[in-house]
Structures are given as C-alpha cells and as structure tokens.
Design a protein around this ligand. Structure first.
Ligand code: GLN
Length: 291
C-alpha cells in the first residue's frame, strides 16, 4: 500500500480504486463512508483538503474485508439512519433506506398526536423505535424481538440516541400476549409498526453476496408457501391489542401489495392503503382498526 496521502481527494481515490467488487459509483460511495469514519468529510474530499493520514493498517484491513463482500456497516460497526447514528452488528439487519421512508410516514402522520403508545415488532437494530421516539417525543415506545443479541444492539442504540424504549424479548409467532408493566389493559396500543422478514427463499438467487453471506437470515426470509406469515400473526396480535382507530404500519415485499390489502381488510382493518417507495415499488401497507 501507498504510504503517504497528502490530500483527502487522493486518499478517497485510492480507496475507491482499491475496492474491486463494486462498480465505480458504489465504490465511491463506500469510500465516503470509510473516510467519514476517519473524520474526513465529503467536503474535505471535494475541496481536496490537505490531510495527514496515519491509519494505513486499519484502512488496509477495511478494504480487504470489503473485497470479501462484508458490508461496510458491519466492518465499521455503525451506520446512519434517519439522520441518527446507529450501532450495527451481524446480529441485526443493516437499516435500509426504505425503512427510513416507513419511519417518515409514521412521523408525518402522527406529528400532532400526543402520548401515543407505539410498538415495533421485530425491531432488530432498533432503528424504527429509536428514530420514532426521537421525533415523536411524547410517545411511549415499545420494541419486541425474538433475538437477545438483536435486543442488546437495540438497547445500545436507545442509549446512544438518548431515548427511552421498553424492550420485550418475545417470539411473536408463539406468543401473542402484550405484557407491559404500566397496564394490563387490552386494546391499548395506538400504533403497531413492523418490518418483518418478507423475502421468499426463491428470491435468494437475485440477492447480493454481501446480504446472503453476512446478514441474519432470520430477519430476512420467509417460506415460499407462506410469505405473509408474519403479517398474519401480527395482524391477529393487533386485533387484540390496538385501540379503536389504532393503526398498523408495515414494510412489505413489493410482490404482495394486493394480497396485503386483502389480508388486512379480512382481519378487520379499514382504509387500507398500499404505498410506494421512492423507486415506485409497493413497499408499505397501512390500515386502521375500527372496533
Ligand atoms: N428490504 C430488505 C432486503 O432487500 C428486506 C427486509 C425484510 O425482509 N424485512 O434485503
């Protein structure tokens, strides 16, 4: 490896060209993420700021791991979501931009409502409840996951971002109770949100190596013959625990917009909407429970 880099642009150029497994645009983007980790900003690169960089060994290790398809977010142990910093490990899915859109939808819809009780099912890194709690400050926020390791990461993220979340270790498939200390009441949640596993096993062949090799399959995949499994179970949970006019917000597989609309309507939800993501794909389902 080259020993001396005198400017930020030179260093960025070196990193981007050393990344061999992605196209130029992706390699450039990863280069910015890596430099940011070393406190060198995009502006430093664009303005060709003079630097003295001395972490060559660390950088070389990062590049080697990237070239072995490991996601940059796992290598650095962090990512940004909805403008906030999150810790990530291979125990959790790397937060996706689509999920930022889901969070934004919930925040915009509920900006003027006070003291909402909100539950995220299958929270993973906690990116959903943490960013909601940060932006809807009067909300009481709960987050559930089956994985102890994921909950440990989510908890760290709540501390990192200075919000209070109530965590529940629970398998939604096996257990449809909602045990919270503040009240044993039924029908007391205002919002249930979930980005559950929704990728069919058959879709694996279209997926990138970095996802397949490194991300937790438990957070991603559903059987081909039961792709809406988690939504069914969550909607049943929702009919027990949502209040009158309580809402469900889901991220969904783009292939199942129509099926989700039918399923939610069948489970007793009204005004069911299927909403597109910025790529124009059916990505979110929202509905309201009328009791
Ligand atoms: N959008 C994710 C992906 O493409 C899937 C997220 C999920 O299964 N909930 O890998």
């Amino acid at each position: 490896m080259k020993k001396e880099f005198s400017s930020a642009k030179e260093l960025h150029h070196y990193i981007a060209s050393a990344i061999a497994i992605y196209d130029q645009a992706e390699a450039n983007a990863i280069g910015f993420i890596i430099l940011n980790h070393f406190n060198i900003s995009r502006t430093d690169v664009l303005s060709d700021k003079k630097i003295s960089f001395s972490q060559n060994e660390k950088l070389e290790e990062i590049i080697t791991r990237i070239n072995q398809h490991e996601p940059v977010q796992y290598i650095l142990g962090e990512t940004t979501f909805y403008g906030l910093k999150f810790i990530v490990s291979p125990a959790v899915l790397i937060p996706r931009p689509e999920t930022e859109e889901l969070v934004d939808l919930i925040i915009q819809d509920n900006r003027d409502k006070k003291n909402l009780k909100i539950l995220d099912i299958g929270t993973g890194s906690g990116c959903i409840p943490v960013s909601i709690a940060k932006n809807l400050q009067s909300a009481e926020v709960y987050a559930m996951d089956i994985s102890k390791e994921a909950l440990a990461v989510a908890k760290e993220n709540s501390w990192l971002n200075d919000v209070t979340i109530n965590f529940l270790e629970q398998d939604i498939i096996q257990d449809s109770t909602f045990k919270i200390s503040s009240s044993g009441d039924k029908h007391n949640l205002d919002i249930i949100v979930s980005n559950p596993p929704y990728v069919r096993e058959t879709e694996k062949k279209e997926m990138q190596k970095n996802v397949l090799k490194f991300e937790p399959s438990q957070a991603l995949f559903v059987p081909d013959d039961n792709p809406l499994l988690f939504y069914e179970v969550i909607l049943d949970f929702a009919t027990k625990h949502l209040c009158h006019e309580g809402k469900c917000y889901f991220e969904i597989n783009e292939a199942f917009g129509e099926e989700m609309k039918i399923l939610m309507t069948r489970k007793g939800f009204w005004q069911v909407k299927i909403i597109s993501d910025i790529h124009g794909k059916n990505r979110f389902a929202v509905g309201e429970l009328i009791r």
